[in-house]
Design a protein around this ligand. Structure first.
Ligand SMILES: Nc1ncnc2c1ncn2[C@@H]1O[C@H](COP(=O)(O)OP(=O)(O)OP(=O)(O)O)[C@@H](O)[C@H]1O
Ligand SMILES: O=P(O)(O)OC[C@H]1O[C@H](OP(=O)(O)OP(=O)(O)O)[C@H](O)[C@@H]1O
Ligand SMILES: [Mg+2]
Length: 281
């Protein structure tokens, strides 16, 4: 039986469970059980703090897990990303009161508050900077106003939390992160893990693509296919009218309206878009 670590709370938790549910796995917990059996798929889910997941997976105790790239790198655990999951996207950045720091070099000898001491320590070492790292559990943005640090290094998504604390980003991003599926470094190939990966890839594709169907005069078919090349090649079917064909192709969801406008301008008609419920490529 495959054992998979899933975040039990925090920013990753709901989206990770939603993705697994879309991939056909059991995710309904009666209360706050830490273990959830899914006998139909021969999988057991283990709900853990997202910060601890890389440790369990790196130790080989669990076969795979969902965590953040930043948490994985912070842990230093011997585990590798095997699939990027496209949610919980964030950057890891330095911030301070305006005008008090401008680059990593300015961090020499300063107090830096963070919940990601491992990640920060590696970054400072790479830049040859020696600073005083103040480890906090969360609400790191408050540390500067409360006088226990000069600078923070923290997760930024919209920047709302930083602005509310009167802080300003400086320097280059330390890293960009998103939710990732991880396995122990050097783990044996596993057909059960391959099934999990294919299912999650199916969810990613279903979320990112739509199907576009349209009718088009034969003489513009080549140009229409250039607009909707599909993943391999579009499906072209004859219509009762020999001068027209029907075309079907996958298109990036966020390009849908531009593609429809371009097809219409070219002379395609009856352009229809449908969402993909599930897929295997
Ligand atoms: N506002 C956010 N937007 C996007 N991703 C985020 C956000 N906050 C945290 N993350 C990502 O979520 C992961 C952190 O998960 P964690 O559960 O520790 O978050 P949390 O919501 O801060 O939980 P906790 O309340 O335990 O601190 C990291 O990969 C981080 O990049
Ligand atoms: O850029 P933003 O959109 O404001 O998001 C970033 C904030 O979200 C997370 O905090 P969380 O709510 O998890 O609280 P915490 O700092 O106590 O972990 C993160 O630690 C940042 O503080
Ligand atoms: Mg947090």
């Amino acid at each position: 039986m495959l054992r998979i670590a899933v975040p039990n709370k925090g920013a990753l938790s709901e989206a990770a469970s939603a993705m697994l549910r879309e991939a056909g796995y059991q995710q309904h917990r009666q209360s706050k059980e830490l273990l959830l059996d899914d006998p139909t798929n021969n999988v057991q889910f283990v709900f853990l703090r997202p910060r601890d997941i890389a440790l369990y997976v790196g130790a080989g105790t669990l076969d795979a897990g969902i965590t953040g790239r930043d948490l994985l790198q912070d842990s230093g655990a011997p585990a590798d990303e095997i699939l990027q999951l496209g949610f919980a996207r964030s950057t890891f950045r330095f911030a301070a009161f305006p005008g008090t720091a401008a680059s990593v070099a300015d961090l020499q000898g300063r107090r830096i508050a963070t919940s990601y001491s491992g990640l920060l320590g590696k970054h400072l070492a790479e830049h040859g900077v020696s600073a005083d790292v103040v480890h906090l559990d969360g609400a790191v943005e408050t540390a500067v106003a409360l006088g226990i640090a000069d600078v923070i290094a923290d997760v930024v998504e919209t920047g709302t939390t930083l602005r509310a604390a009167g802080l300003e980003i400086f320097g280059e991003p330390v890293m960009t992160s998103e939710a990732v599926l991880i396995r122990r470094a050097g783990a044996e190939p596993s057909s059960a893990v391959d099934v999990l990966v294919r299912r999650l890839q199916g969810v990613l594709v279903a979320r990112q693509y739509v199907i576009v169907d349209y009718d088009c005069p034969r003489e513009i078919l080549d140009r229409a296919c250039a607009i909707t090349p599909g993943l391999e090649s579009p499906t072209v079917s004859p219509l009762a009218d020999p001068d027209w064909v029907a075309v079907r192709a996958m298109v990036k969801a966020r390009q849908t309206n531009q593609v429809m406008d371009d097809l219409y301008d070219l002379g395609a008609r009856a352009i229809m878009v449908t969402s993909i419920h599930a897929c295997r490529l």
